[in-house]
Design a protein around this ligand. Structure first.
Ligand SMILES: O=c1ccn([C@H]2C[C@H](O)[C@@H](COP(=O)(O)OP(=O)(O)OP(=O)(O)O)O2)c(=O)[nH]1
Ligand SMILES: [Mg+2]
Length: 156
């Protein structure tokens, strides 16, 4: 069966109190795969992420991911390259039935503390189609040329 997804579904956002005044997430270029997510930390209280530490950073929005899609929260390569900042659970998964605030689990793998200011673009979200498989338990696996070979069985 072929499932055809709307290639530009509407993403409804609900702004929370801590998101007041923040720019909406946008695609920063015409062909960008991800929309950048901004930190909804208090303007008077930037978040300092010490080396080796992690923090759940609010975005200030509830995202109603359209049914049949997910939101994938991924690191920004610039922050990763320059500062060692990544998403610990990358790619983070935002389910289409989630109605809480989207948060970004940042980790500092760098050697210096990293300061997250309000409105900083900390990660990006890709909206991607999802397939839910039916699960069926069977008694024996079908035969293939690969068989159980894996984890480097074809060489490096
Ligand atoms: O980076 C993330 C990852 C998840 N979530 C939210 C949306 C997602 O729908 C929900 C649950 O995420 P996940 O399934 O990855 O976490 P879990 O540990 O399995 O929690 P749960 O038992 O709530 O599913 O948490 C975020 O806001 N940011
Ligand atoms: Mg889960």
């Amino acid at each position: 069966m072929t499932v055809h997804h709307d290639i530009s579904p509407t993403l409804n956002l609900i702004r929370l109190a801590n998101g007041e005044g923040l720019d909406l997430p946008v695609y920063e270029s015409k062909g960008a795969a991800g929309m950048d997510l901004r930190a909804a930390v208090d303007a008077d209280a930037p978040l300092t992420l010490a080396p080796g530490k992690r923090a759940l950073v609010p975005t200030g929005f509830i995202f109603e991911i359209p049914e049949g899609f997910e939101g994938q929260i991924r690191p920004r390569s610039g922050l990763a390259f320059k500062h060692g900042i990544t998403c610990l659970n990358s790619p983070g998964t935002v389910d289409s039935d989630y109605r809480g605030e989207v948060k970004v689990l940042l980790a500092n793998l760098g050697e210096e503390a990293f300061v997250i200011e309000r409105g900083m673009r900390i990660a990006q979200m890709v909206i991607a189609p999802v397939t839910q498989a039916r699960v069926a338990e069977i008694s024996a696996a079908s035969e293939t040329a690969r068989g159980a070979g894996g984890f480097g069985s074809t060489g490096v």
